[in-house]
Design a protein around this ligand. Structure first.
Ligand code: UDP
Length: 320
């Protein structure tokens, strides 16, 4: 039986991946400091340590008996990273370094890491290939790139086996026996939860309608969190000693903010209240993933469309 350490397993994507690992027969240990995650999001059946990846002692305890790691634990808000770059560097890069050192010490060398499209920065060419020059435009993206670079070195020098999965826009929710695993961010910045929470008093703000896109709003590539989690399990299988692969995860297509609002109105059966406001600082116009590498290397393809992401997110929000 294989045991996997999932750092950040009390978060939205981490918790969903833990649930899927357990369903597929893995044993799971979770390490999460619950700074943004929630202890009650850790699926039953996982061994849970509440602690930080910056704390070598707790990392060592959590690694006991594991033969692979899936590493989600990180600060992940672009806006906050601009205000507090040192917090992001310390937690994301420093914490990952502690984790990698402890893995090395324990003789564990297989790791799948949560990376981000934010590593690429603005791109004139869409869809974005993994070979695209990494040029992050904010400290969050810089820290994710730095972690990817650490892994490249570890694979070359210490024979680690690593895959960095670069997420585009993740949405949806997963139903498990005890209820829904869903997004619980505070403040919530992501489009789909904000669309679903919009009311006449607090309408959705559409950030910018003068972008150079078909309807003037930004275009993003959305992928269902369960499809995304499934890619992590496939990545575990695809790890090769001495190799660090970078693989994009998205749908390979894009939707504008207006299209997300229209589809959501259809799913929920009422018109989403929305107002048009200025652009949000730091937003690129279009982000679409090339997912050819995920298809060929992981045999992975998204199976759930935008309607299903919105419908699952809506059910999860109305269930709690
Ligand atoms: N967006 C919006 N209103 C919101 C939240 C997001 O118009 O309340 C837009 C945002 O400007 C971007 C897209 O929706 O163009 C996706 O934003 P999100 O924060 O979900 O993901 P990001 O692409 O920034 O990672």
């Amino acid at each position: 039986m294989s045991r996997v350490l999932v750092t950040g397993g009390a978060g939205y994507i981490g918790g969903t991946t833990v649930a899927l690992l357990l369903q597929r027969g893995f044993e799971v240990t979770v390490l999460d400091d619950c700074s943004t995650g929630h202890a009650d999001s850790v699926p039953a059946g996982a061994t849970f340590y509440q602690g930080s990846i910056l704390d070598g002692d707790v990392v060592r305890k959590a690694l006991a008996g594991c033969d692979a790691v899936i590493h989600f634990a990180a600060k992940s808000l672009v806006g906050e990273s601009v205000e507090k770059p040192d917090l992001y560097r310390n937690n994301n890069i420093g914490g990952s370094q502690v984790l990698f050192d402890e893995m090395d010490g324990a003789g564990i060398s297989r790791i799948v890491v949560s990376s981000s499209a934010a590593t690429y920065g603005d791109s004139k060419v869409q869809p974005i290939l993994e070979t695209h020059k990494a040029h992050p435009t904010n400290p969050y993206g810089e820290t994710k790139l730095a972690v990817d670079n650490l892994l490249t070195d570890l694979c070359a020098e210490e024979n680690f086996a690593a895959i960095s999965l670069r997420y585009f826009n993740v949405a949806g929710a997963m139903k498990i026996d005890s209820g829904w695993l869903t997004e619980r961010h505070n403040p919530e910045t992501h489009l789909i939860p904000n669309v679903l929470k919009a009311t006449a008093d607090k309408p959705l703000k559409i950030f910018g309608t003068d972008w150079d896109t078909k309807d003037g709003t930004c275009i993003r590539d959305y992928v269902h969190v369960v499809d995304l989690a499934d890619a992590h399990l496939r990545a575990l299988d695809a790890l090769k000693a001495g190799a660090h692969e970078i693989i994009n995860l998205g749908s390979g297509g894009g939707y504008s903010v207006r299209e997300v609002v229209t589809t959501s109105s259809k799913v929920v059966g009422y018109e989403i209240p929305a107002v048009e406001v200025d652009r949000r600082a730091g937003d690129p116009a279009v982000l679409i993933a090339s997912i050819e590498k995920a298809k060929s290397m992981l045999g992975w393809e998204p199976t759930r469309d935008l309607e299903s992401m919105i419908s699952d997110a809506y059910q999860s929000l109305t269930a709690v």
